[in-house]
Design a binder for this molecule. Structure first.
Ligand SMILES: Nc1ncnc2c1ncn2[C@@H]1O[C@H](COP(=O)(O)OP(=O)(O)OP(=O)(O)O)[C@@H](O)[C@H]1O
Ligand code: SF4
Ligand SMILES: [Mg+2]
Length: 336
């Protein structure tokens, strides 16, 4: 029943705004991102950088007070999902694009057993062989260290947060969607279980020939399971490339700061330094110039007025005036 078709995804010029008392403000500002077919892409970035908004956009599922204002999300075989609505969109979600939204451990129906919800899901997507669906669900749960039959007979309140999170992952995979979007899928799990579950996600990804997007706060997780890594800041993808290259030789000052803040990636506990300052919120996001400039050690005059456009060289894309298109050697600007 598994046809091997891993779709490519191309997000272009995506702007998503949320309505606030101060008007509509952008949570994503002209984001571009390509997911190569068959790869696992990670998205990292501090809280509020727009990771979940981007994940929701891949399913055209941004809810009011938010809306996709501009841009496109082309998925091979589906076209531009931003243009889909109604029944077309419902068919895509789950069947073509499997997903776990953030806080998925709270998204089960409290009144129905997991098994009943699984059957509802199967029926709503016209799955012909419901028995095979249940078998597949049990097998996935078993691989994730759970008693599949028992879990399917349980209600939400009978399961721990970590168990519910694994149910969420099972539901994202069980319809054999070939694009899978996982938004912080393992936050309720301890470190060891987290690593095990992500290894299983990676195994299933390879077995079924998927294209997978994993959003995480944890650079360690990203390092272990992803092929390609996108770093988000202030509603922009500031750096994207092969994971080993982005982590081994980060080019954007924000990526460099993130990596320096993690002892096990920077390699020396004494050298680990927290990134100074805080990320912007929708209300404090600068309207012009580089959104990272308040925290950037390489800030130049041009950074105050011109938002750096992403520049792609080889497999790496970076949006920073100090990288790539050499605007004279970067002058350090003191602002202590
Ligand atoms: N429903 C909403 N109404 C208003 N603003 C919102 C809404 N949802 C998100 N935002 C804002 O949009 C920006 C991006 O939020 P988003 O949830 O995409 O970030 P995130 O990177 O997923 O953060 P986290 O790591 O905390 O999950 C944030 O500034 C957030 O406050
Ligand atoms: S564009 Fe300027 S402020 Fe922004 S990250 Fe690059 S050097 Fe720093
Ligand atoms: Mg989020």
């Amino acid at each position: 029943m598994t046809e091997s078709f891993a779709p490519g995804v191309r997000v272009r010029d995506l702007t998503v705004v949320y309505k606030t008392p101060a008007g509509e403000l952008p949570a994503l500002a002209g984001v571009g991102l390509t997911l190569a077919p068959g790869t696992i892409t990670g998205i990292v970035g501090e809280s509020g950088s727009g990771k979940s908004t981007l994940a929701l956009s891949l399913l055209n599922a941004v809810q009011p007070p938010g809306r996709i204002k501009e841009g496109s999300v082309e998925i091979d075989g589906l076209g531009d999902v931003v243009k889909l609505d109604g029944e077309d969109l419902r068919q895509v979600r789950g069947r073509k694009v499997g997903y776990v939204f953030q806080a998925a451990q709270n998204s089960l129906n409290p009144l129905k057993t997991v098994g009943k919800q699984l059957l509802d899901l199967g029926r709503s997507h016209d799955v012909a062989d419901l028995q095979a669906l249940v078998r597949d669900a049990r097998e996935l749960l078993g691989r994730m260290g759970l008693d599949g039959a028992r879990v399917l007979d349980s209600h939400q309140h009978e399961l721990s947060g970590g168990m519910r999170q694994r149910v969420g992952i099972m539901l994202a995979l069980v319809l054999n969607a070939h694009l899978v979007v996982l938004d912080e899928p393992t936050t309720a799990l301890d470190m060891i279980t987290q690593a095990t579950i992500l290894r299983i996600v990676r195994d299933v990804h390879h077995e079924r020939g998927l294209t997978t997007l994993i959003i995480t706060h944890d650079m360690g997780v990203a390092a272990e399971v992803t092929d390609s890594l996108a770093v988000m800041y202030g509603g922009r993808v500031v750096e994207h490339g092969p994971t080993t290259e982005v982590l081994g030789a980060p080019q954007h000052p924000y990526t460099q700061g993130l990596i320096r803040a993690i002892p096990r990636l920077s390699g020396d506990i004494d050298e680990a330094r927290a990134l100074p300052g805080r990320p912007p919120t929708l209300g404090t996001m600068p309207r012009e110039g580089c959104v990272f400039r308040e925290r950037c050690p390489l800030r130049m005059d041009v950074c105050d007025t011109v938002d750096p456009a992403p520049v792609t060289r080889g497999e790496r894309t970076v949006a920073c005036h100090a990288v790539g298109h050499q605007v004279s050697p970067p002058r350090r600007k003191e602002y202590a």
